[in-house]
Design a protein around this ligand. Structure first.
Ligand SMILES: Nc1ncnc2c1ncn2[C@@H]1O[C@H](COP(=O)(O)OP(=O)(O)OP(=O)(O)O)[C@@H](O)[C@H]1O
Ligand SMILES: [Mg+2]
Length: 235
């Protein structure tokens, strides 16, 4: 298959995205804690590697490698199944190893790893989990400008970028520093309270350049390790 798109591999969702994310896009996944942002991003990399022979790199800035791999294996995505087609970079480990270095510019170190891996593995999808952590580490002086140039740099990598962002619950603000405008796509995840005891996960595509997509919210479910969406039923 190659229709110029990267599938999300969320059953039922790609149909509402004209088949997936246009290759080469910079897409934000924004949502509050526990809404499956990491799982969704990993799901894209894992299945693209497995089904489409597409190479990917996952930069984990929050979660350690072992914790990430065991969580994903619990969801039926065992790294062994895709071999070297999926690289995991544990940025926390790199930081700990370089802690004693005199001058540390974590953004430059991030870029160096991303570039070297691109040369060595020729990945086509890059996941950054998460942007706020990279921003904190990089102590941006002028966040708007610094972020703009970082996105420019990402575009020059010539890969599809999935960038995870945090967002407070009940917010429609997808970017503090304009990343919502400079990205090509935004996927929003949230929790929706149904009644006193029932809370469901929701997902919607806020924007996706070059794509005739639905802007509706769908219910996000995990069924036997497989992510899928269903239409929201009225309360
Ligand atoms: N094996 C599993 N089957 C179904 N659901 C699971 C499984 N393992 C974890 N989960 C659910 O996934 C949630 C975490 O998903 P994930 O880490 O992708 O969310 P996140 O949005 O990245 O969270 P954070 O903001 O903390 O990074 C857990 O809180 C749990 O509800
Ligand atoms: Mg996460």
């Amino acid at each position: 298959m190659d229709n110029g798109r990267i599938k999300t591999y969320i059953k039922g969702f790609d149909e509402h995205l004209a088949g997936g994310i246009p290759k080469g896009s910079l897409v934000l996944i924004c949502g509050p804690p526990g809404t499956m942002k990491t799982t969704m991003a990993y799901n894209i990399l894992f299945n693209s590697a497995k089904e489409d022979d597409v190479r990917g790199t996952f930069f984990s800035l929050e979660q350690g490698r072992e914790s990430l791999l065991s969580q994903m294996a619990g969801l039926g995505m065992d790294l062994k199944e895709v071999g070297d087609k999926l690289s995991i970079v544990d940025f926390g480990l790199i930081r700990r190893n370089l802690e004693r270095m005199e001058s540390k510019n974590w953004l430059d170190i991030f870029k160096m790893y991303a570039e070297n891996l691109k040369k060595n593995t020729e990945y086509d999808i890059l996941v950054i989990d998460s942007l706020p952590v990279l921003e904190v580490l990089s102590s941006f002086k002028n966040p708007r400008e610094d972020l703009f140039y970082f996105f420019e740099w990402l575009r020059e990598l010539d890969v599809t970028c999935i960038i995870i962002c945090e967002m407070p619950a009940n917010s429609d603000n997808y970017g503090e520093y304009g990343e919502d405008y400079i990205s090509d796509g935004i996927i929003h995840t949230k929790m929706e309270r149904m009644n006193d005891e029932n809370i469901q996960r929701r997902i919607r595509c806020v924007k996706m350049r070059g794509t005739d997509h639905s802007t509706d919210f769908f219910t996000l479910l995990v069924d036997g390790g497989c992510l899928q969406v269903t239409r929201v039923l009225s309360k």
